[in-house]
Design a protein around this ligand. Sequence first.
Ligand SMILES: *Cc1c(COP(=O)(O)O)cnc(C)c1O
Length: 400
Amino acid sequence: MTKQNNSGQNNYGQNTQLVHGGINRTQFDETAETLYLTSGYVYGSAEEAEAAFDESIDRFVYSRYGNPTVEVLQQRMAELEGAEACLATGTGMAAIFAAMACQLSVGDRVVASRALFGACHAILTKILPKWGVDVELVDGRELSAWQEALSRPCKIVFLETPSNPTLQLVDLAKVSELAHQAGARVVVDNVFATPILQRPLLFGADIICYSATKHIDGQGRVLGGFVLGSEGFIKNELMPFYRQTGATISSFNAWVLLKSLETLPLRVDAQTKTAYKIAQMLDSHEAVLSVSYPGLPSHPQYELAKKQMSDFGSLIAFEVKGEKDGAFRFLNSLSLILISNNLGDSKSLACHPSSTTHMNIGPEERDKLDIKDGHIRLSVGLEDCDDLIKDLRQALDIIA
Ligand SMILES: *Cc1c(COP(=O)(O)O)cnc(C)c1O
């Protein structure tokens, strides 16, 4: 169901749009977005029910397919991304899986960058091959690797930039061009960059996925996800798959995310400013062997980062002295920054990827991805920058 609202055709700026976009007030003229906590809908007559099912009228039928609160969220997200349409899902993984599975059949080829979130890696290397999909992983930084893999026909190119956990970049414009020549659609996991700092559609990508659990909620409360793309793709390909397989988000979680979108630009901006200062501090500390942050000129893809991102985000990867032992002693010495595998939160969170989020891919694959035993992934939150720097310094001094 797509209901007319008061914000669709205007030219408001991003902040305004994230506060008002998609809103659809009831007869009570409430200020805030309405939470429709209902699984189903009733009909005035048997004829109306029949018309709803044969789609001769456009109305809500069942909340697995659509819900008015979820609808407002989808519209607001589509406006933010500059996409024609959006579907919200229960988790980020539900979004990514549905976006690919709805397009694939036995014998199709997928080419993906190797540097991926752990669960995305598992979908590509364990689940899809079992169903007869041929998957090839490439070093996403190397255009020649993309060129070679895309010299044969391909259905989907899947990539993440910057990547989890070591913040490697993929050239969105060049890879999209190669993908389209091979007949593929480009699906981008844009979680690390957020919709505020990077708009892959502008560089030729076709389908954008998010885990809303990360920066979009950003306050550690609910899981959620989004798929964004053309109206034809969302309506005719994704929607039939989504309706039958049940990737739906609960309306309560959608309502929480609606309120989160109001403050997303403010939070991402504050986190990014702090992350830049922290990256500089880490770069100069003797206990740190290397820092990967796209905003540092020492990042090998700094020029590409400036081209396709408006700013460089809240995530930093760095390698400390002493390998796993050094990394564990560092983590255990933190007092303000929390140990957690989540990210994008208002609380700063640190984790050791090789023993947690990237444990299952094994040592050989970690080697290929440059994930070292001394690597820490830091998600910078909303605390005072000085407090975070003090905490990091004292923990680094212990292992220096
Ligand atoms: C967390 C995350 C996901 C998965 O999202 P969930 O909401 O946990 O299902 C996918 N990709 C990236 C890059 C992530 O950080």
